[in-house]
Design a protein around this ligand. Structure first.
Ligand SMILES: CC(C)(COP(=O)(O)OP(=O)(O)OC[C@H]1O[C@@H](n2cnc3c(N)ncnc32)[C@H](O)[C@@H]1OP(=O)(O)O)[C@@H](O)C(=O)NCCC(=O)NCCS
Length: 165
């Protein structure tokens, strides 16, 4: 059975592995790059895991299937007092897609954002990434009409989507 749970302090290595797998598998989906994140140190990942494991500033959730991490999502407040949560790093392993894991991961961020008194969850999605746009609409997000260049590849655009809590 697949379980979605928050990252734990001390899981920097697992966080690194799943994030690099996502960046390698779907490079055009993300604002960051494999080259950039593969250069981060074990200490950087350890700090990311620690900061994402508790509290209301940032969080990361793993989808775990019998001990294997098959999905990842993150959320963070762009400013400490922001009532908007940015949803980032959304990825499910290709072998688990269309089985509801992505939905469970988004729900984990929404639940965490609500518990932390946020008002809205927002994200950027690459405009050419039709599957992800259809997915986000299916789980309740709507387009705001804003666009910007994708930071990892400015030849592409990304579109803003929002979910009111
Ligand atoms: C987008 C992504 C996260 C979806 O994850 P998933 O685990 O397949 O999502 P779910 O199974 O929970 O899908 C929920 C619903 O979204 C819609 N959906 C998901 N993927 C879809 C696709 N490829 N085409 C059409 N609809 C899709 C469907 O309505 C689906 O429900 P259904 O299967 O009962 O019809 C996954 O495809 C992925 O990791 N893609 C690569 C990385 C990426 O693009 N990340 C987004 C960064 S902004």
């Amino acid at each position: 059975m697949i379980v979605v749970r928050r990252v734990r302090p001390g899981e920097g290595d697992s966080y690194r592995q799943v994030r690099l797998a996502a960046l390698a598998e779907s490079p055009a989906a993300f604002a960051s790059t494999y080259a950039r994140e593969s250069s981060l140190t074990a200490q950087d990942w350890s700090e990311r895991a620690r900061a994402s494991a508790e509290g209301w500033q940032r969080a990361a959730f793993f989808a775990v299937d019998d001990g294997d991490i098959v999905g990842l999502v993150g959320g963070y407040r762009p400013k400490p007092a922001s009532d908007v949560i940015e949803l980032v790093s959304m990825w499910t392993h290709p072998s688990t897609r269309r089985t509801g894991v992505g939905r469970l991961l988004v729900e984990a961020v929404i639940e965490w954002a609500r518990a932390g008194q946020a008002q809205e969850v927002q994200l950027w999605v690459t405009r050419a990434n039709t599957a992800a746009q259809v997915f986000y609409r299916a789980v309740g997000f709507t387009e705001t009409g804003e666009y910007q260049p994708l930071p990892s590849d400015p030849c592409r655009d990304e579109s803003r989507m929002t979910f009111a809590l």
